[in-house]
Design a protein around this ligand. Sequence first.
Ligand code: 5AD
Ligand code: SF4
Length: 453
Amino acid sequence: MNNANSKTLHMITWGCQMNVYDSGRMADVLAPLGYAGTDRPDGADMVILNTCHIRDRAAEKVFSELGRLRLLQEQRAAEGGRMILAVAGCVAQAEGAEILARAPYVDIVLGPQTYHKLPEMVARASRAAGAVIETDFPVEQKFDFLPDSMAPQGVTAFLTVQEGCDKFCSFCVVPYTRGAEASRPLGAVMAEARRLVARGAREITLLGQNVNAWHGAGADGRPATLGGLIRALAEIPGLARIRYTTSHPRDMDAELIAAHGEVPALMPFLHLPVQSGSDRILAAMNRRHTAAEYLEIVARLRTARPDIALSSDFIVGHPGETERDFEATMQLIRDVGFAQAFSFKYSPRPGTPAAAATVQVPEAEKDRRLQALQALLREQQAAFNARLAGRTIPVLVTGPGRHGGQIGGRSPWLQPVHAQGPLSLVGEVVEMTITAGHPNSLSATLVEERACA
Ligand code: 5AD
Ligand code: SF4
């Protein structure tokens, strides 16, 4: 409803699913102040740029976006209005002072652990000239102080259960931008999951930079494990599917692997980044596991859940990576057979140990390796999708498809699925027969218009 207090908020979200989740929570926290979402930045009363610092040229991208927003901010001022401009996320955390120095028209800079203080910061920014900056790490407070979300909920939902990372991989900024590992208590996670389900979620993806290191306090106050949390979540009536991301191989414990075999709601798809297949590079990356240990985890997962599909992240061209190291990565990919993957050229992140290495792999070499690696991964993904043709699988219907009369959904292995069907099926898990596996999606037909779960 429009009233004198209604204001518009435009969010620009870059980076991981955790940022998507955080953007939603920032919108929740601002809703009581009268802010309602808008798709357009021009004319908005507030624009939040939720940034990602993980890969190349993060800061430059932020400054060029801010340059564009500044023009809209000036236009707004010329019309007698005011646009509050806020920078959130990991670039804000890492380069807060630099942002205010280079872009003094920014009103608020806030790190990922301070979103619950946003209303106060908005109030201060509205009153004062001069910017407000909050980049402390009071990690335990954030979730305690964020309100319960009342926003409409789709069929699939994200739920952050863990934040931060203590692993200090040589190449990665996350331990510096998101701080130490911290887990939300089991009770808080269960309560949020129940609320999401009550508002229509059928699938929940548990999020954390190191989600399988989750060790939130259980019912008895002692640290619980992710396997235990998944078993507890699986008891929530109406919750059909559970996923979690992103995991570290070192935290893949026996209980979690067993859960894959024993909890039907836990989907048979796991994003388990390996980064490299060379033990030498894995050591240089400070990953603290070998290629053989990774393969062993995959074998145990496949024993527990034979249809499990794997996804991974890869970095090519980490300092010191030779052709032989790269070939070891290619071999690991052939050995595992991935259903999906993300791959990147190594890019030095200031302040990380790998950035200080004196010998960097030449750019042209990184390009060549990335292309070879991506060609192999594309081939594996296409083969995985093609193999599903002719099979009948349960699909969670999430909304309309791209074309008229179509519905869209997700397979157990996270592939997008399209079929002719009625929108009344949204939110249901229905059996579909796959008619074709494309490189990035599946075409299907409904077996019958009756829900099976
Ligand atoms: N260079 C290239 N890729 C990186 N990633 C993280 N840091 C870097 C970097 N400096 C990749 C890793 C990680 C994913 C989220 O981003 O593969 O798993
Ligand atoms: Fe970064 Fe490594 Fe932590 Fe993952 S495990 S967030 S790559 S430091």
